[in-house]
Design a protein around this ligand. Structure first.
Ligand code: SF4
Length: 480
């Protein structure tokens, strides 16, 4: 869509008004990543979990934790460590050395349900009547409040306020009345609603469960004598393992000393709703989810954008790293050459030094710098995966123009965000979503682009074929 009125001046004024977000605040956040492993030969697993969590770091950066157990040691002897921070900040050689065991689970967290506090960090460890239980959860359950109240009425005392703790308590309560942890997990999974990928460690078993619609991803792999489960296949291959298959929606698996067992087969209703946003943005491009390569899906998304919103331009580029692959797809389809217009400084990590106002304004520049020779005098197509508040893309367009770009045409590889997600993704409140406040044409003006095109919902089928997907944050049609 062409902008009716070019509002570069308006955008410039806007950017002078102190409201410039960090790049990280401008994206939708996934809530969590999970990783579990069982070494049949009794090898130590803490270092492998650490490597797996590093590969899943993009799914959550607020807190992380590892819980391990030695299946030959005293029963219930679980070792755990969790803290606020990145995997590489929290775990060091000395910390990992203390985590002795051949079975374990790990977690990276970004909070949506429950606050960003250490009490909500995972894995959650419970000591209860039947022993010890640890749980790592990715997702959100929609009936957590009711369940929590029921559990509290029967005497449960919670440390934090996350729905994951509610699930852990529910499993513990069910375990007291069941003959095995597998049965307890089966009972709990029938009650909880929403999106979830669960890893449950009882001292001798690793139980794995995925929600009946397959909203959250979870897959199974093998590394020598070990079974691995992880949110994404990139975590399995990053530790040198081999991807076996996805855990089926509604399936419950148990890994014990005897090997891998199917506890519960996929849900009979064939209804599925895999989160489309895994393919658009969350998942790493080297992952394969439910049979579809994330990289290939993004290439096809870029191609679909080029077909729907062609434009005369000299160069196609993407916002690093979120828009790069779709930009390659746009370039392949349109024939317009792909170039890297931004250099990303990978060494600008999180900082605990409070920036001044001016430094905050320069924060995007500190991370991304324009390659002037690529854009000077050129008509540029700029691709990204989403626009949340619009501030970062406005800043990038401004930077491209300052470096001499003649025109900047923005293409977004997702439809406008309009509705919240209840399944474990941090879509900001309606008032913060620019698409809820402004029309596409007004957004185009607001960000200072020459034209703006969002992916059409009909084009999801180009990305993921006939895979049934959840797209509720775009169309308000919630599968649960
Ligand atoms: S509402 Fe959006 S982000 Fe949430 S699961 Fe559905 S597609 Fe994914």
């Amino acid at each position: 869509m062409e902008c009716e009125e070019h509002s570069y001046k308006k955008c410039e004024k806007y950017m002078d008004e102190e409201y410039i977000d960090e790049e990280s605040e401008e994206h939708i956040h996934e809530e969590c990543g999970v990783f579990g492993i069982w070494s049949m030969e009794g090898k130590e697993v803490a270092h492998t979990i650490y490597q797996g969590l590093l590969a899943l770091q993009h799914r959550g950066q607020e807190s992380t934790g590892i819980v391990v157990c030695d299946t030959k040691g005293p029963i219930g002897n679980i070792a755990s460590h969790k803290e606020m921070g990145l995997v590489s900040e929290v775990f060091h050689e000395e910390t990992l050395e203390k985590l002795r065991g051949n079975i374990g689970i790990g977690h990276v967290r970004y909070s949506t349900a429950g606050g960003s506090i250490i009490a909500n960090a995972q894995p959650i460890v419970l000591n209860y009547l039947k022993g010890t239980l640890a749980l790592a959860h990715n997702g959100n359950i929609t009936n957590a409040d009711g369940l929590r109240k029921e559990l509290q009425e029967s005497g449960a005392v919670f440390n934090g306020n996350s729905d994951s703790e509610t699930i852990a308590y529910k499993i513990a309560m069910d375990r007291i009345a069941s003959s095995s942890i597998e049965e307890a997990v089966q009972n709990t999974v029938q009650v909880i609603k929403g999106g979830f990928a669960l890893l449950i460690l009882s001292p001798r078993k690793l139980i794995v469960a995925r929600d009946p619609l397959g909203i959250k991803p979870l897959c199974l792999g093998k590394l020598d004598d070990s079974y691995i489960v992880a949110s994404e296949s990139c975590a399995i291959t990053s530790v040198g393992g081999e991807f076996i298959r996805d855990v089926e929606p509604g399936e419950i698996l148990a890994i014990t000393q005897e090997g891998l067992h199917v506890v519960s087969t996929p849900s009979e209703t064939k209804k599925r709703a895999h989160c489309i946003f895994e393919y658009i943005y969350f998942a790493r491009v080297d992952s394969k989810i439910d049979g579809i390569s994330v990289y290939d899906a993004r290439i096809r998304g870029g191609r679909a954008l080029a077909r729907r919103y062609p434009v005369d331009a000299d160069v196609v580029t993407g916002v690093p790293d979120s828009g790069l692959v779709a930009a390659v797809g746009y370039s392949k389809e349109s024939g317009i050459p792909f170039e890297l217009a931004f250099h990303k400084n990978s060494y600008v990590g999180r900082t605990f030094i409070k920036p001044t106002q001016q430094e905050r304004k320069n924060s995007v520049k500190a991370k991304l710098n324009v390659l002037e020779s690529v854009v000077k005098g050129k008509r540029v197509v700029l691709i990204d995966d989403s626009i949340v508040r619009g501030t970062t893309i406005a800043n990038l367009i401004h930077m491209l123009r300052q470096s001499g770009a003649k025109e900047v045409h923005v293409r977004i590889c997702a439809p406008p965000f309009l509705y919240p997600c209840y399944y474990g993704t941090d879509v900001p409140s309606n008032s913060e979503l620019i698409a809820n406040q402004l029309s596409v044409n007004e957004i185009c003006e607001f960000i200072g682009a020459d034209s703006l095109g969002y992916m059409d919902r009909l084009d999801f089928s180009y990305m993921t074929g006939d895979l049934p997907v959840c797209k509720a944050c775009f169309d308000n049609e919630y599968p649960v």
